[in-house]
Design a protein around this ligand. Structure first.
Ligand SMILES: [Zn+2]
Length: 426
């Protein structure tokens, strides 16, 4: 692991100086995907008493592996430091809970799940998803490393074991509670530093005829739509279908279906099974999506390089908008304090000189400050009092939901702004 204080090599030397090795295939990492400079951990929130203290910043520099083409960050901070007390309660997003409900209602008939089955979710958070299987009479088990969110799950009737997932956890759970007929994980595959231990664990946890589903943001969408703010330290891998398929195959798991979802700016939901289980046939839409990535160059190193130029242009456009708004004496506030907002604010250097404050519906974040940029996080009602001209929506993937909730800003002529894929005022 590289020390946080060591500078990364200058661009012209990078092909010669490797900084670490690929988390999947161990090849030396030498090719930059995008370099977002130094940034603090995006899920840390600064308490008022910490305002006079320093904060650690780490390089936010994504590389692409020349051999397996996995786009990735180095691990600077262990998941134990990030995820054991987690500020993100999934249930605060009503659209995400609805998404989970539709998922449960689709999986039960498709795979014939019932009282005889077991559904297990890795990184089950506060039970936002498994509660829907409980309501449908299907036994569940949540596996969640953050004790505070796991407690909320248990309180809503979702049995949850507080552990990180990997081969060791899978062996223990399989021995004590059996294997999973449906094993799922949403927005977790990209967040595990040891992807081989994680996918290897799924192989052990899955019943012989069972199905895995995993959702993760799709790298093709990230690149096409400038979603560079979804790059943050807790998000270790940036996944294309072809890279994920290679990793699963290495662990004896075959992907047999894939869906494209609108969530998180464009995600994939992959369906996996044991390679030995030939009953579930590979679908035509999977073959089509794989081919689309190949046609788009995802098996060539060149496709990944040069993304940084696109990112710099996006930064300039956002700053140009903010400078102009402030020059015209307009009041601008933020909406939301998500991880992606912190990458955007730090990379672009946006502090209280541009945003008076931001708001978040999660009471856990209210009264705190954004990491690095130290912007106050207040309750959403503060927008009504402040009557801003512009509300910059930081979780742009939830822009419809937020614009509906805060539509009252129209009363005084307020407008919404999203920064990604490029600045849009509406
Ligand atoms: Zn690799």
């Amino acid at each position: 692991m590289q020390s946080a204080t060591e500078a990364h090599p200058p661009r012209e030397q990078e092909a010669a100086a490797a900084v670490g090795s690929c988390r999947f295939c161990a090849t030396a990492l030498r090719h930059t995907f995008v370099d977002l400079g130094m940034s603090p951990l995006c899920q840390t929130h600064i308490e008022p008493h910490q305002l006079n203290q320093m904060e650690p910043f780490y390089p936010l520099h994504a590389y692409v592996c020349e051999k397996c083409l996995l786009v990735q960050l180095q691990e600077f901070v262990s998941p134990a430091e990030i995820f054991t007390e987690y500020a993100y309660f999934s249930s605060y997003s009503t659209s995400w809970v609805q998404h989970a409900k539709r998922y449960a209602e689709a999986m039960v008939p498709r795979f014939g799940l019932g009282s005889h089955s077991k559904v297990m979710e890795i990184a089950s958070n506060d039970g936002y998803l498994l509660q829907h299987f409980v309501a449908l009479g299907v036994p569940v088990l949540g596996i969640e490393p953050a004790a505070n969110v796991a407690k909320a799950a248990v309180a809503k009737g979702v049995p949850t074991t507080v552990r990180f997932f990997g081969r060791e956890t899978a062996r223990d759970i399989a021995r004590e509670q059996g294997q999973a007929d449906l094993l799922l994980g949403n927005n977790v595959l990209a967040h595990v530093p040891d992807i081989n231990d994680f996918v290897g664990g799924m192989k052990l946890q899955l019943a012989p005829g069972g199905v895995i589903t995993m959702e993760f943001p799709h790298l093709q969408r990230l690149m096409r739509e400038n979603q560079f703010d979804t790059i943050y330290h807790e998000h270790f891998s940036y996944l294309s279908f072809v890279a994920v398929e290679r990793i699963f195959a290495h662990h004896g798991l075959t992907l047999f279906d894939v869906e494209e979802l609108p969530t998180h700016g464009g995600s994939l939901r992959i369906y996996g099974r044991h390679a030995e289980n030939q009953k579930l046939e590979v679908t035509a839409r999977l073959k089509a999506l794989r081919q689309r990535e190949i046609d788009d160059g995802f098996l060539t190193l060149e496709r990944y390089r040069g993304f940084g130029v696109q990112v710099e242009a996006t930064k300039r456009k956002l700053l140009a908008f903010l400078v102009d708004a402030r020059e015209r004496g307009k009041k601008v506030v933020g909406y939301g304090a998500p991880g992606k907002g912190n990458t955007l604010l730090n990379y672009c250097g946006i502090r209280t000189d541009f945003l008076d404050f931001t708001v978040d519906a999660n009471p856990y974040k209210q009264g705190k400050f954004t990491p690095g940029t130290r912007i106050p996080i207040l309750a959403p009602e503060k927008i009504r009092e402040a009557r801003p001209d512009y509300v910059l929506i930081l979780p742009w993937n939830l822009k419809e939901e937020i614009a509906a909730q805060a539509s009252y800003i129209r009363e005084w002529g307020g407008k919404f702004v999203v920064p990604i894929p490029s600045v849009t005022v509406f």
